[in-house]
Ligand binder design. Structure first.
Ligand code: NDP
Length: 323
């Protein structure tokens, strides 16, 4: 089968479209014929080596498609079923063997397989951020950075479902429009405006209850200054680079603030939690309550271009690869 391999760490040019062998699914595994693979920022970290992973490997963690065969002991899935996953390696490929306990079944007549691939990782991330890490409540205000990004557009929608007021930050006017369509009540162009000043102004000087910050290095300090006393900074990404070490005394000086740095794996650790989050997404998509925007569709062979666009801040919503 064809797959995108990383033989050495580096820029997008190291992504190599190759023929590879796929063994039969092992015990507990299901083989999926991928309808699409999702592109995520974490794929760029694995490509560059920022997140260590031994080479060579097939890139990609997210996808969906039809179950072709199952290994010993798999009872929940049979050939012909459809399944989606967010945290199983080897998704930039035509086929992948996935541990069946990582696979979420979906009804392909209600949710198209490409859409299932598009929503899993960023959707469950937006879900845990808004429902578990800082469970938003009616009347609270959230600041969402990169609000027109893959996670951003979904997080705006979920924050609105929970009754919060949402302030989004974005890089361009086009992105501002998308963030507003996703429910953001106010949008700040942080490439032109001082987002701290604007957030203070929009909250009558009080600050927000929570900042969801995926941008990292460039926004972290400002994000602390956007919070009301005892507010929460949820740092969940590093799109502009990792945040340097923090002097904890700063949290005291700025109002007894909280900071957490969560990952999806911690919030999908049990099968029950994984299914709760993923099935909530599929149900909202089926009923038209969650809009998943596919901002770019690429052939699998063009994965490098998808990475260039994502890292170049050129994209909105979700990018998918079609084998
Ligand atoms: P996005 O679609 O949000 O793309 C990144 C966006 O970040 C850009 O479009 C850009 O939007 C903004 N950005 C700001 N500064 C920079 C910069 N210097 N370089 C590049 N982009 C910049 O990506 P994803 O939705 O896939 O992921 C967003 C972040 O969330 C990533 O950091 C990712 O690692 C993290 N993440 C974390 C998870 C977790 O569980 N901890 C799970 C999933 C994602 P603009 O032009 O509007 O500024």
């Amino acid at each position: 089968m064809k797959a995108i391999r990383v033989n050495e760490h580096g820029g997008p040019e190291v992504l190599s479209y190759e023929d590879v062998e796929l063994p039969d699914p092992g015990p507990g595994e299901a083989r999926i014929r991928l309808a699409a693979a999702g592109v995520n920022y974490i794929d760029t970290y694995q490509r560059t080596g920022l997140y260590p992973k031994e080479t060579p490997f097939t890139l990609g963690l997210e996808g969906a498609g039809e179950v072709e065969s199952v290994g010993e002991g798999v009872e929940e899935f049979s050939p012909g079923d459809y399944g989606a996953f967010a945290m199983a390696p080897g998704a930039y490929a035509e086929y992948v063997n996935v541990p069946a306990d990582q696979l979420v079944p979906f009804n392909v007549t209600l949710v198209e397989a490409r859409m299932a691939a598009a929503v899993m990782l960023q959707g469950m991330t937006a879900h845990y951020l808004s429902h578990s890490t800082f469970p938003l409540e009616e009347g609270q205000t959230a600041l969402v950075h990169a609000a027109a990004g893959g996670v951003g557009l979904l997080l705006c929608q979920m924050a609105k479902m929970r009754g919060a007021t949402v302030i989004g930050t974005v890089g361009t006017e086009e992105k501002a429009k998308l963030a507003r369509e996703a429910g953001a009540d106010e949008v700040i162009l942080y490439t032109r405006q001082d987002f701290v000043e604007e957030t203070r102004r929009l909250t009558d000087g009080e600050g927000v209850h929570v900042v969801y910050d995926s941008v990292g290095k460039d926004t972290f300090d400002g994000s602390l200054d956007c919070l009301r006393p005892r507010g929460y900074l949820v740092l969940f990404g590093a799109s502009s680079g990792p945040v340097p070490p923090v002097d904890l005394q700063v949290l005291n000086q700025k109002g007894g603030l909280y900071v957490t740095r969560p990952s999806l794996g911690q919030y999908t650790a049990t099968r029950e939690e994984l299914l709760w989050r993923a099935e909530s997404l599929f149900s909202w998509m089926g009923s038209g309550n969650l809009n998943v925007r596919i901002g770019g569709t690429y052939n699998l062979a063009d994965a490098a271009q998808a990475h260039r666009d994502l890292e170049g801040r050129k994209t909105t919503g979700k990018l998918i690869l079609i084998p």
